[in-house]
Design a protein around this ligand. Structure first.
Ligand code: ZN
Length: 160
């Protein structure tokens, strides 16, 4: 059964409230994660507890339990001169920067207007209610090596 100390393979389809498919993983290319390691959104992780291989479940995750609410403070306008002179800046590109408290935040360039660049540090799925249609393909114990590394190995997981 899914719970702490398990590695889980899932097939899933993620749609938004409009029914657009945002992400999916099928039987041929399943998604693998280590339960309890903050590798999937909290609302989905909580809903999977107790399921076993072969189980199917539809899970609706509100933004607060998904990728968070939209934070307007992460929508910024900066001067182009704040980027390195040789940086090619394009709408849609992403870059990582550090907040004063040392946290890494990934910003997306939204709009470029002459000398001004509008950037957004919200997760692309912030504010979205997430609809997961999940099938559990396998559940196994975490190995000692995986426990030490903090992530799952093999299959579609982490490779060294
Ligand atoms: Zn590893």
């Amino acid at each position: 059964m899914i719970g702490a100390g398990k590695v889980v393979n899932l097939a899933y389809t993620l749609t938004n409230s409009e029914g657009d498919v945002l992400d999916q993983s099928d039987h041929a290319d399943p998604f693998m994660y280590m339960h309890g390691a903050d590798q999937i959104v909290p609302g989905l992780e909580a809903a999977l507890v107790g399921l076993k291989a072969g189980d199917k479940k539809k899970v609706t995750v509100e933004p607060a339990e998904g990728y968070g609410e939209i934070n307007d403070e992460l929508k910024l306008v900066v001067k182009r001169s704040q980027f390195p002179a040789d940086a090619e800046i394009e709408e849609g590109m992403q870059f990582e920067t550090q907040t004063p408290d040392g946290q890494g935040v990934i910003f997306t360039v939204e709009i470029i207007e002459e000398d001004q660049v509008h950037i957004d540090g919200n997760h692309p799925l912030a504010g979205e209610t997430l609809h997961f249609d999940v099938e559990v393909l396998s559940v196994r114990d975490v190995t000692e090596e995986e426990k030490a590394h903090g992530h799952a190995h093999g299959g579609d997981g982490h490779k060294h």
